[in-house]
Every structure is written in structure tokens, then in C-alpha cells.
Design a protein. Structure first.
Length: 308
């Protein structure tokens, strides 16, 4: 196999499961980066990076066809290199490889015209654009199914959420500690008679017990000096049978990334968030990670649903 350094480099290259998956697929079919992304469900930059390393090692070759580049396993790699790849693939029995093989069939069918657009993105449709099919459009449509009572939006900012909810609610109260953002909210909602505005601190809500049917804490707990106190206050003003939703960052170490946003908390673990609202006297129906941002450092979001 040549120099020791070359041998160890090759072993290191094949020690990454994602690269083994790509070699396995490209040994079966010539594919573009986009097609490999759909099959493996890895990000496009990650697929491109792996392909570059495999190409440098002589395991993969590419060809241009119009605006696209097609990749396939190289048939001209040294015999000992191809033999090592064969041994790795023969021993790499894994459900993930089986899933890749099934999705490969779907991608090939779509390419030959035997599948629809939906067929090509099945299982990952939320990651692909389709005209008129956006999260905002879906949310605005789903709002038509909602019937809300008296809603409290804690740390409401300039009331963008209140604007969406107010047609479906008996009333919406926007509460924030900033006079500037509340004024912006008042300008936004000047034609919405069922919306009220209060300048106050989330740690000391200026409302009687059981004042609201729904309470929202959306992306605000990271600003709380005492999030446990904010949770107790939110629970206190929630009426019997009422519901609460909290959305916040999962605990992280990226202090410098959130410093400009004045965060006081570096997110919350799922267990900590659940316990915080259970200690406040609520029945937590759901608490878990619901999304992960695509942009580095890939902040994760925790959502909690609770009831009085």
C-alpha cells in the first residue's frame, strides 16, 4: 500500500461513517451533491467536504454535465486501496446503509421521471422550498383552528405574535419591560381593539391570580434574572384549566454569541425547564427539544406545554 503515512491516512479517511456511506452509494450509482444530500440527509456543505477528501484520495471521480457535477466511485484507484474499501463495505452491515439504499431508489426514480417532486423530498419535505408552502403560511392557516380566551404575552417585544393571535382571542395583553418596544407594538396594533399593553417586569406580574386563560413565554426566559420566579408568576396568573407555553434555548456554552442580545441565562436543560414549571404548580404535558438551527453554532430550542 506504500508509505506508512499514506496507509494511515487512508485508514483515517475510511474511519468516518459518513464517508463510508458515500462510497457505498457512489459504488451503486452516479450522483450529484444534491442527490447525495437527499439520500443521506446530511447537510450539503458536509457532503461536499467529504467528497473533496474522497476525491483527493482517488476514491471518487466527478464529471460535469451542464451545471451539475456527478460523482461516482473511482475504478482506477490502486488495487490495494479498492480491496480495503471492499473489506470495509462488506463488513459494514448497518440499518443506516439499508435506509440509504432505499432512499437511493427513490432518488433514481425521480431522476428518470417516474416520481413527483414530493417523491424526491419525501421524509425531509420541511427542508425544501415549495411555492406557497412555508412555515409562516402554515402557521397563519392553523390559527384559524384556534379559539383563545384572555391571553398574556410575557416579554412580548413589539407584539408581532399578538398581531397574529388577536383575531382568534377574546383579549391579548402584551407585557414588556421596555417602553420603546411597547410603543412599537402599539403602533403595530393600533387598529386591534382587543389588545392591551402593560409595562412591567416578568418577575412581578401586575395582575391578580388566575387572570388569564393562556400564558405565553416565548424566547424570554433567557432574559430573566430569576427564571424560577418568572415561572411562578406566570403560573400564578394562569386560571384553572388554563394552558401555558414556554419556548427557550436549550442550555449551551456560547456566551459570546448571545452577549449582544443581553441574555442572562445560557439556556435551559429539558429537565431543568420541566422541573421549574412543575415546582410552580403546573402539570407539564410536554417538554423537549423541538428544533435545531441550521446556522452555527446550531442553537437548539426547547418547547414546554403545561396546564393549570
Amino acid at each position: 500500500m506504500g508509505q506508512l503515512a499514506e496507509a494511515t491516512d487512508l485508514l483515517r479517511l475510511l474511519g468516518d461513517p459518513s464517508r463510508v456511506r458515500l462510497i457505498s452509494l457512489l459504488g451503486k450509482e452516479e450522483l450529484t451533491v444534491a442527490e447525495l444530500t437527499r439520500v443521506t440527509r446530511l447537510s450539503q456543505p458536509r457532503v461536499s467536504t467529504h467528497l473533496g477528501k474522497l476525491k483527493d484520495a482517488g476514491l471518487v471521480v466527478d464529471r460535469r454535465a451542464g451545471k451539475s457535477s456527478f460523482y461516482k466511485a473511482s475504478g482506477s484507484a490502486p488495487a490495494d486501496v479498492r480491496e480495503l474499501c471492499r473489506i470495509v463495505l462488506d463488513r459494514a452491515s448497518d440499518p443506516l446503509l439499508d435506509q440509504d439504499a432505499e432512499r437511493l431508489k427513490e432518488v433514481v426514480r425521480a431522476r428518470t421521471g417516474n416520481g413527483t417532486w414530493a417523491d424526491t423530498v419525501a421524509g425531509q419535505m420541511e427542508r425544501h422550498y415549495s411555492p406557497g408552502r412555508t412555515w409562516e403560511a402554515a402557521l397563519r392557516g392553523l390559527l384559524g383552528l384556534m379559539r383563545l380566551g384572555d391571553v398574556l404575552d410575557v416579554a412580548s417585544g413589539d407584539c408581532a405574535i399578538a398581531e397574529l393571535l388577536s383575531p382568534r382571542a377574546r383579549s391579548v395583553t402584551c407585557l414588556d419591560s421596555s417602553r420603546t418596544v411597547l410603543r412599537a407594538g402599539q403602533r403595530r396594533l393600533r387598529r386591534h381593539p382587543r389588545v392591551a399593553f402593560r409595562r412591567a417586569d416578568m418577575h412581578a406580574l401586575p395582575f391578580a391570580d388566575a387572570s388569564f386563560d393562556q400564558v405565553m413565554l416565548l424566547a424570554c426566559l433567557c432574559y430573566a434574572e430569576r427564571p424560577d420566579v418568572a415561572a411562578r408568576e406566570a403560573a400564578r396568573v394562569l386560571s384553572p384549566g388554563g394552558s401555558l407555553v414556554a419556548v427557550t434555548l436549550r442550555s449551551h456554552r456560547h456566551r459570546e454569541r448571545v452577549a449582544r442580545y443581553d441574555h442572562r441565562q445560557l439556556g435551559f436543560g429539558v429537565r431543568r425547564l420541566r422541573r421549574m414549571f412543575e415546582d410552580a404548580g403546573l402539570l407539564v404535558e410536554f417538554c423537549g427539544v423541538t428544533s435545531r438551527e441550521r446556522r452555527a453554532p446550531h442553537f437548539e430550542v426547547v418547547t414546554l406545554h403545561a396546564r393549570r
